[in-house]
Design a protein around this ligand. Structure first.
Ligand SMILES: [Cu+2]
Length: 183
């Protein structure tokens, strides 16, 4: 799934190219609101490059032709903690029904995130990625959750049965990881 990488790159290009202007972009998606650090970049004259990626950025969720599937079942809670005893997801390994959601709650020691690893099945990868909201850091890699009680919820609707391993990117070296098994 190269589209997301391209979309991110083009989003950055848009911000870089248009950073000095106040022209409202056509897309009002999270991509436009979440990233502001490029404002210092000098505007360029490459208007053609601005127009094309704008359309791509606006349709990012549909790039893989997979729509997010809202949860239809129960919501399971997983705490994300970090303190003197270590960094962990609690519980680290859970089993859910297809259609359930998992709500990852920031408790301490953030920022944390949820980044799925080694998802090889293309269908699973596309649906899971589509079901991950917000300004992702990359494919299957959720945004940082910073504040206590802030949460990040992922629907497992239409996600194929299987075991999905994930890590917390900032704390991967501290072995902060877990799994969701969809049965
Ligand atoms: Cu973490």
């Amino acid at each position: 799934m190269r589209f997301h990488g391209i979309a991110l790159l083009t989003s950055a290009a848009i911000l870089g190219a248009c950073g000095g202007e106040k022209t409202p972009a056509a897309d009002t998606s999270a991509a436009a609101t979440a990233t502001t650090p490029a404002a210092t970049t000098t505007p360029t004259t490459d208007s053609a490059a601005m127009a094309a990626p704008a359309a791509g950025a606006a349709t990012t969720p549909a790039a893989g032709a997979v729509a997010a599937a809202p949860a239809t079942g129960k919501t399971h809670e997983v705490k994300m903690t970090g303190d003197a005893t270590g960094y962990k997801f609690e519980p680290a390994n859970i089993t859910v029904e297809e259609g359930d959601a998992v709500k990852f709650i920031m408790v301490s020691g953030g920022p944390h995130n949820v980044a799925f690893q080694n998802v090889t099945d293309a269908t699973a990868k596309a649906q899971l990625d589509a079901n991950m909201p917000g300004q992702k850091m990359g494919e299957l890699s959720g945004p940082f959750v910073m504040q206590p009680n802030e949460a990040y919820t992922i629907s497992f609707a239409k996600v194929p049965h299987g075991k999905y391993d994930f890590i917390c990117t900032p704390h991967a070296a501290m072995n902060m990881k877990g799994s969701v098994t969809v049965k």
